[in-house]
Design a protein around this ligand. Structure first.
Ligand code: NAG
Ligand code: NAG
Ligand code: ZN
Length: 502
């Protein structure tokens, strides 16, 4: 307010009064303009230094003026278990009480006809905002592992009620679209029993299939018959480019990261050994964010009859290898970084323990989602500024690729360092771009591709890129292509194997 004049003692009272009015009006007007334009959204000191505050301040995702309206408390949500009907009505209630920060959709029905609900929590729940990352949590794919299912409901409740009050939650909702699926196996849940800590009653879908062994596998042929729940998830992943994901289980206390499977034979893998991804540093970091924000997981204490895990994290295959797991599928086919969270030694503990589980997991659940704002992101355009869909992207020396969305967007979570982004498309000249990632905000990197010299009509399989290109979200041979992903491209299995295991 340097321009506001201090009243001169010789001014007449009326003049003084009028000038103060004008000054006050100007001040309010300018402030309002600032808010309306979304400039310089004031960020409280408490979070000023954090990654998230930096991101807000630097305008990743366009902060909006905060509405103070809306119900303060959500629908009633006790620490008790919710069967399918209760779960459905909770989700419907929360959606109707918070219509502009939630959207409820179903990705399809289970084999017994129950909806596979997903609740989106975001300030733009119905519409994808350009450049904003989509993230997800999926719980209860093993129907008898029930804690995650309830944690999802409490997370939803926390997000919607804290949105007007909590700086971090508000930042998250304004800059991220969070998709939460409390149950991927609602049929299995219905036949599971509270208080049953072990066993497999309710683990499988109603046809007896383990959904976490049902996905296409990169390393080995998966002979399990594809189940409808898995097919719905597969289709969902092909429609939305998720950047980060957590998948909740019970029966252990650990954050497990890809790969779950390895190229080793059954015999070799009897002595489980690590099966590391080219993004091992990132995955270890993501798992560590969950375990260290958890009240106990990081301590690595074993559940009864198991061995402990250093820092509460493990490579999936090192724990035990499995075929057809969901996290490997997310990462290899879609470039989505998913980890598996085992959050309770007892698979279906008594409801009286749920409050304690919520206290243990709350911070982890919130912090993990923020990790989607780490690394690099941007757009790929042609020379005329049009977005290019389906550009194969890969970080040099990390041979698991990803692709641009139909708006030309991409995201990749990376730790601080120097990297090179490689971009390939049949119709364009390949391109490399060097960039740096810092700790406290995502790096924005747009790439412009120019048409290659081949004349129109000669594109496609005849245009050979300048170098050996790999992008793994092309389906490996021998698997049906995921929907919407044309099975062309240049998948090089041996090169991948050499990179991973050479
Ligand atoms: C929510 O809706 C109200 C009107 O009901 C509107 O004023 C407000 O801006 C909306 N908030 C968001 C975040 O969209
Ligand atoms: C990157 O591209 C997006 C989308 O076209 C645009 O909004 C943004 O300003 C560009 N950023 C830079 C640094 O050029
Ligand atoms: Zn499980």
């Amino acid at each position: 307010m340097s321009h506001s004049s201090s009243a001169s003692p010789r001014m007449k009272p009326a003049t003084w009064y009028i000038s103060m009015l004008i000054v006050a009006f100007l001040y309010i007007y300018l402030t309002a303009i600032q808010y309306i334009r979304g400039e310089e959204l004031p960020v409280p000191q408490t979070v000023r230094q954090s990654l998230h505050a930096r991101a807000v301040r630097e305008g990743f995702g366009g902060s909006k003026f905060l509405s103070k309206q809306g119900p303060i408390n959500g629908p009633t949500l006790g620490f008790e278990y919710h069967n399918y009907d209760d779960l459905t009505s909770y989700l419907r209630n929360v959606n109707s009480m918070f219509p502009n920060i939630t959207a409820l959709y179903s990705i399809g029905k289970s084999s017994q006809g129950r909806e596979l609900w997903v609740l989106v929590v975001s300030t733009s729940p119905y519409k994808h905002v350009l450049g904003i990352p989509n993230v997800k949590y999926v719980a209860n794919m093993h129907g008898n592992e029930a804690v995650g299912r309830e944690m999802m409901l409490h997370l939803i409740q926390h997000l919607v009620t804290q949105y007007p009050r909590d700086e971090y939650v508000r930042w998250l909702l304004e800059n991220t679209r969070i998709h939460i699926m409390p149950s991927m196996n609602p049929d299995g849940y219905e036949v599971s029993k509270e208080g049953t800590c072990e066993g497999a009653q309710g683990r499988y879908n109603s046809r007896g299939y383990d959904l976490n062994r049902n996905f296409p596998d990169f390393f080995k042929t998966n002979n399990a018959r594809p189940q409808i729940e898995m097919e719905h998830v597969k289709e969902w992943l092909s429609k939305i480019q998720f950047v980060l994901s957590g998948n909740f289980h019970g029966g252990a206390l650990v954050a497990s990261y890809p790969f779950d499977n390895s190229a080793k034979s059954m015999f070799q893998s009897l002595s489980s050994s690590e099966s590391v991804t080219p993004d091992d540093d990132t995955f270890k970091h993501l798992a560590t964010v969950y375990s260290t924000n958890h009240k106990r997981m990081y301590q690595g204490r074993p559940c009864k009859g198991q061995s402990g895990f250093k820092n509460g994290i493990t490579n999936g295959a090192k724990w035990y290898p499995l075929i057809g797991g969901m996290q490997d599928f997310n990462y290899i086919w879609h470039g989505c970084m998913e980890i598996t969270l085992e959050i309770s030694c007892c698979k279906f503990p008594l409801a009286e323990d749920l409050e304690r589980y919520w206290r243990e997991n709350k911070e982890s659940l919130l912090r993990f989602l923020g990790e989607s704002h780490r690394g690099v992101r941007g757009f790929v355009h042609d020379e005329f500024g049009n977005p290019i869909e389906g550009v194969g992207l890969k970080i040099k020396d990390r041979d698991v690729g990803f692709k641009t969305t139909r708006h030309g967007e991409y995201w990749r979570i990376l730790l601080p360092g120097r990297y090179v982004l490689e971009a390939y498309h049949d119709n364009y000249e390949p391109k490399e771009a060097e960039f740096y990632v810092v700790d406290d905000r995502p790096t924005l990197l747009n790439v412009t591709l120019s048409r290659n010299s081949a004349s129109p009509g000669q594109y496609g399989q005849h245009s050979v890129p300048a170098r050996d290109v790999i992008y793994l979200n092309q389906p490996p041979k021998g698997h049906p292509p995921p929907p919407e992903a044309p099975a062309s491209g240049f998948f090089n299995f041996n090169r991948i194997m050499n990179t991973f295991f050479g």
